[in-house]
Design a protein around this ligand. Structure first.
Ligand code: C2E
Ligand code: MG
Ligand code: MG
Length: 496
């Protein structure tokens, strides 16, 4: 090494400068980068929050509920505890939403979420999993399910308190279905959530504003109900609903006075289904008016060839009576079939009277103005009051078959029939007795008063073809036009 100082060579200087530059610029870049990373983290957190929670209420959403429930199940099982999944659905929320504004609907949902959240124990999950559906998941000691009952009753009561929105107070109720998962069970979150959903559906069906626990029997019931719904939807288009006819007879003279049309449906997959089963479902899924229209259209054609003294009675659902155009629609069917309105009788059940009575009254009047008669069916089973009966201009009342069929064995039935007769006489209303099953019942009814009647004693409901054959034998059939079936009513029927 020489003793002369040799200054740093160029290479070293550039490396140092580069290092200094890197430190200076790198630091700035580092700071920029850290800022960017923080921004991205914030955005990601926000996005995750949005995808994991419900934007309106801040609860968990459907997507995240299952995973969170699985975690809760694992933790509870490790402690030897059971888990309850509570599915909650606001009753008639659609009406609240439609009847007020969507802002009111949103306010109700937020308030419901708030009240549910406040009433849940620490560690419980709360999710909004659909429009008006919430789910709560919580652990409980397996031997103390009553703790869950108490909690859920509290949740129902909390949601039932009126919600103030602007000037008005809105009241909603909630139905709840509960399913439990015991430690050691192989059910995962999806299975328990599904069971709770089935139980919730059951709670709604039993009458709203209540809760019930899942029971495996509910599953098959729900499956049958779904099959019924889809069967009805398909059946309408395929013209599977057909009219049958049951004789109406004057009890004094035994003379045939007409027929009541009764809907019959044989589902290709489920077999014959009673109207008592399919009519309420068709009402709920909004198909009853279409089915009824098809049936009446066909019935008017069938009845056109009957002797003109014979009447035709048809049953009408309360849903149809709510339609302001119902009388017009009926008139159109009568005109199309060229059937005289004074031979048509509409039967409405007492449950119609629970609806808007003013609307029912104006509907009855407008039907009567067209010459159609209106009778009150299944009388004695509902809650119509004497004053309602007086204020509504019915042409006839029909005593429910449950009283007539038991008139011989049950003194209560006999008393009820006697009071209905007195009522009918007082109001000047003729009476029909349904459910005359045998000669003894007929004899007893004839002792009680003079009626029209129907029942298995006179004949079971029969197809149009069998009715026609019988009328031909009685010489009560006219030579009629060739057409025997209605034009297809529904657009899909036309395509079929
Ligand atoms: P409803 O209008 O009271 O009809 C009389 C019911 O009593 C019919 O049952 C008939 O088969 C039955 N019945 C007749 N005689 C006797 C008897 O001697 N003993 C007994 N135990 N029963 C007798 P169905 O056909 O099963 O109809 C049940 C109900 O379904 C009807 O009761 C009516 O409310 C409803 N329904 C039937 N067809 C229609 C329809 O086209 N539209 C609507 N909305 N409802 C309908
Ligand atoms: Mg009837
Ligand atoms: Mg009846």
């Amino acid at each position: 090494m020489s003793g002369q100082w040799i200054g740093p060579d160029n290479l070293l200087i550039s490396a140092m400068l580069l290092n200094i530059a890197l430190v200076i610029f790198g630091w700035r870049r580092y700071r920029e980068l850290t800022g960017e990373v923080a921004d991205r983290r914030r955005a990601e957190k926000q996005a995750r929050l949005l995808s994991e929670t419900d934007a309106l209420t801040g609860c968990l959403n459907r997507r995240t509920l299952a995973a969170a429930t699985d975690q809760l199940i694992a933790a509870a099982a490790a402690r030897g505890e059971a888990v309850a999944v509570v599915m909650l659905d606001l009753d008639k929320f659609k009406q609240v939403n439609d009847g007020n504004s969507h802002a009111a609907g949103d306010a109700i949902l937020c308030e419901a979420a708030d009240r549910l959240g406040h009433n849940l124990p620490d560690g419980a999950l709360l999710a909004r999993i659909g429009g008006d559906e919430f789910a709560c998941v919580l652990a409980f000691p397996a031997a103390r399910p009553e703790q869950v009952d108490t909690l859920v009753e509290g949740l129902i009561a909390a949601v039932a308190m009126p919600v103030r929105f602007g000037e008005s107070e809105i009241e909603t109720t909630i139905s709840a279905g509960i399913a439990r998962r015991d430690p050691g069970s192989s059910d995962d979150a999806q299975a328990v959530l599904h069971n709770a959903d089935v139980a919730m559906y059951h709670a709604k069906k039993r009458g709203r504003n209540r809760h019930c626990w899942f029971d495996p029997a509910m599953e098959s019931e729900l499956k049958f109900r779904r099959e019924l719904e889809s069967g009805i939807r398909k059946g309408v288009g395929r013209g599977e609903f057909i009219p049958f006819y049951q004789k109406l007879v004057d009890l004094e003279s035994a003379e045939l006075t007409g027929f009541e049309m009764l809907a019959r449906w044989t589902s290709p997959t489920l077999g014959p289904i009673s109207p008592e089963l399919f009519v309420p479902v068709a009402e709920e899924i909004g198909f009853i008016a279409q089915i009824s229209e098809q049936l009446i259209r066909q019935a008017l054609i069938d009845a056109r060839n009957w002797d003109p003294k014979l009447t035709l009675s048809v049953n009408i659902s309360p849903v149809q009576l709510r339609d302001p155009w119902f009388a017009q629609k009926l008139l159109k069917l009568l005109v199309e079939a060229n059937f005289p309105p004074n031979r048509l009788e509409i039967e409405i059940t007492e449950s119609c009277l629970l609806e808007n009575i003013g609307l029912v009254r104006s509907m009855i009047t407008s039907l009567q103005n067209q010459g159609i008669k209106v009778s009150l069916d299944d009388f004695g089973t509902g809650y119509s009051s004497l004053s309602q009966l007086r204020s509504l201009p019915f042409d006839r009342i029909k005593i429910d078959r449950s009283f007539v069929a038991t008139v011989l064995d049950s003194p209560e039935s006999a008393t009820i029939i006697q009071s209905i007769i007195a009522l009918g006489n007082g109001l000047g209303l003729p009476i029909t007795a349904e459910g005359i099953e045998n000669e003894e019942v007929l004899a007893r009814m004839r002792e009680l008063g003079s009626f029209k009647g129907q029942g298995f004693f006179y004949g079971y409901p029969e197809s149009a073809e069998d009715t026609k054959t019988e009328l031909a034998q009685l010489n009560l059939l006219l030579e009629g036009p060739a057409q025997t079936t209605a034009e297809p009513a529904a657009p899909h029927a036309r395509r079929a």
